[in-house]
Design a protein around this ligand. Structure first.
Ligand code: WT7
Length: 668
């Protein structure tokens, strides 16, 4: 918890309470704290009837026999039921007569003379496109249960591809476009994927990201392990020259041209795998978090409905700025939003292209009603200046959301006043890749908010702050955030690694002899029972709302011939929240220099991806260690934060031994 022990600013602001405003669009689905409390209590006391009733609103080919069965760490929801995510996102609305309603609005990044390119898909059109691609996947011998890897830009085909997988019961593993060839290869290998869906290139801030080239390199790496993979390539407008490999490359547009546009949704068992999403942990390579069909569907759609106040037929347009390469995009661009029959908006590119007001320009032109983004983006907007926001009419906005990391109260206030004009509730949603959907979050018409607090648990979430023994700590004391009861959206495992699943999430705290889910975050509750997330308690850092294991970056560094030993810690960063600081000792024959620093940063870009490039690299003769040989991370964090000065000249080798000796007794 050391990263945020001194979170004075949030304590200072704590007394400010913002009551939910009157709705500016559709009425609030839940409009008082009392109503929330009643429903919450029922969801905890009687989860079977609570979730059973909600699940009845979805389409099941066969109704489940049992709402939940749980024997830690294994949960099953809607046992014995069969359903299909794609059916509930798309086909159900066509069946019910809404085929002509808009389901998806997409805007490309480049802005030409006539403005940006915009595409709209109705449910009926999506149903056709998805069916075609589902038939394409079958033609490539993708079977139910197989994992299809997807590495694409934010284009409609990405949503179509994942829904096509869902349609036929193939699982997808979407890899964020910022990851490297090595990262793709590792994930394809782990998931045993035979097909990768990609694009020739993707637009990002006016540049083309060479996605296909990265996939080619990944396949080269995989060849060494004799893995055969095919690539389906979407042709983009960026006219990016690519290498073509006849024996394994296919154009998306050729394939979809040849197939039928009808394909039935396969009834899937509620507990069949829906997708894998790889995420960093404190040790080893990223792990494939496994989610299943029924519980994930019910949980994400229900949380989306109440947290964003989604009401069909009210002219709403919901926009989440995340990339579908992260869980936020899975749950709150596609799977949680579409069953609610509110159109979802997808934007291809960067927030500051061509100008710093792009997001607000989009909100104004499309009349976005719900807007969901990350604190790192909010801090960047603050820095770019209010005028980019205030010159646009943002009066369509009804709810503002934030996710990914604790939001500092200054950014919260700015979001509230400048973007929301003081009239939009802010939903600070705490959750994780593993939780599938929101865990602790305000409901916009019900929960009074406090800047910096994610407030109260969502329905069915029995969250608590406990000590190592599982006992709840008193108000305003820090402790471990745990969830004591199963919830429908919870992860069902780490792909291919049962032990890691148990070790990571179910081994830290026991209550009444039974393991409980441990989130890996420190938290406290204030005297009103409001939750305040204090940050990760493991060796995971949260960079711009994206999770990175420090060990992963360290292994990438020592894989370089110049580096003998490396330690990576988080450091405060104005925009990213947490930046990456790396301390390296060099092999003989290597000199500390800016040139080497650049090389190491490029090397990490190749090994993991641009998001893992350190913000600061410092070279040292030796790393400060305790007498038992443990790297003194706390000391390195202080040095990185500038709290302990070692040597002003960061391009030369530093000697930490003096400081280390001073601190050794402290940390050993
Ligand atoms: C970690 C999960 C699931 C959303 C995207 C990130 C941190 C997430 C909040 C929030 C404070 C937050 C936690 C969590 N986190 N949202 N509203 N307030 N911290 O997903 O990569 O799985 O990371 O992000 O530390 O454990 P992720």
């Amino acid at each position: 918890m050391s990263q945020s022990e001194g979170n004075i600013e949030s304590i200072l602001h704590e007394s400010r309470l913002f009551e939910p405003p009157a709705p500016s669009g559709a009425p609030w689905l839940i409009d008082s704290l009392d109503e929330y409390k009643k429903l919450y209590q029922r969801s905890i006391d009687d989860p079977k009837s609570f979730w059973g009733e909600i699940a009845d609103g979805f389409h099941w080919f066969h109704k489940w026999k049992q709402v939940v069965s749980f024997e830690a760490p294994d949960a099953k929801w809607f046992v014995g039921g069969t359903t299909n995510l794609c059916y509930n996102c798309v086909d159900k609305h066509v069946r019910d007569g809404y085929g002509d309603e808009v389901a998806l609005v997409w805007e490309g990044e480049p802005v030409g003379k006539d403005g940006p390119e915009v595409k709209r898909f109705t449910y009926a059109e999506l149903q056709k496109e998805i069916s075609k691609f589902a038939n394409v996947l079958r033609g490539l011998e993708v079977h139910r249960g197989d994992v299809v890897t997807i590495y694409m830009g934010m284009i409609p085909e990405l949503a179509i591809a994942i829904l096509a997988c869902a349609r036929i019961g193939a699982a997808h593993s979407v890899i964020f476009g910022g990851f490297s060839a090595q990262a793709i290869a590792d994930r394809v290998e782990d998931a045993k994927s035979k097909v990768i869906v990609t694009c020739d290139g993707a637009w990002r801030r006016g540049n083309v990201v060479p996605l296909k080239e990265n996939v080619d390199h990944a396949i080269e790496i995989l060849k060494q392990s004799k893995k055969k993979v095919a690539a389906v390539v979407v042709r983009q407008r960026c006219k990016n020259g690519i290498e073509w490999h006849e024996e394994r490359d296919y154009w998306w547009h050729d394939l979809v041209h040849e197939v039928d546009d009808q394909c039935e949704c396969v009834p899937l068992d509620s507990e069949e795998m829906a997708f894998l999403l790889y995420t960093s942990g404190s040790t080893g390579k990223p792990k494939g978090i496994k989610h299943t069909v029924g519980g994930y569907m019910v949980y994400t759609a229900t949380s989306a409905k109440y947290v964003f106040n989604l009401v069909p037929g009210e002219g709403q347009l919901y926009w989440c700025t995340a990339d579908i390469g992260w869980i936020t995009g899975h749950s709150y661009i596609v799977y949680g939003i579409m069953p609610n029959r509110v159109p979802t908006f997808m934007y291809e590119g960067a927030p500051n292209h061509p100008e710093a007001d792009r997001f607000w320009d989009i909100v104004e032109r499309h009349k976005v009603t719900q807007f969901y983004t990350a604190p790192t983006a909010i801090r960047a907007f603050m820095k770019w200046g209010d005028e980019h926001v205030t010159k646009h009419d943002l009066s369509s906005l009804q709810v503002l959301g934030t996710v990914g990391e604790p939001i500092n109260p200054e950014a919260w206030m700015w979001y509230h006043n400048v973007v929301g004009g003081g009239e939009c509730p802010i939903v600070d949603t705490y959750w994780q890749t593993e939780t599938g959907g929101h865990m602790i979050t305000p409901l916009p018409g019900a929960t009074p908010t406090k800047p910096g607090s994610c407030t109260l648990p969502f329905f069915g979430v029995d969250a608590a702050v406990v000590d190592q023994e599982g006992k709840e700590v008193p108000a305003n004391h820090g402790g471990l955030l745990v969830v004591r009861k199963p919830w429908p959206g919870m992860l069902r495992g780490v792909y291919g690694d049962r032990q890691r699943f148990i070790d990571t999430y179910w081994s830290t705290v026991k209550i009444d002899g039974k393991p409980v889910y441990t989130a890996g975050d420190g938290a406290r509750r204030d005297e009103h029972g409001y939750f305040w997330i204090m940050g990760r308690i493991d060796d995971v850092i949260n960079v711009s709302g994206h999770r990175l294991g420090t060990m992963e970056v360290e292994s990438a560094l020592v894989a370089h011939e110049a580096v003998v030993e490396a330690a990576v810690v988080g450091m405060p960063h104005e925009i990213k929240g947490t930046g990456i600081a790396a301390f390296c000792t060099l092999a003989t024959g290597y000199e500390a220099s800016d040139d080497l620093r650049d090389k190491l940063r490029a090397h990490i870009g190749e090994q993991i991806g641009a998001i893992a490039k350190p913000d600061m690299i410092r070279f040292t003769d030796s790393l400060p260690k305790t007498r038992s040989g443990k790297i003194m991370r706390r000391l390195l964090r202080s040095i990185a934060a500038g709290e302990v000065e070692v040597n002003q000249d960061t391009s030369t080798l530093e000697d930490f031994s003096v400081v280390a000796r001073l601190q050794a007794t402290d940390e050993s």
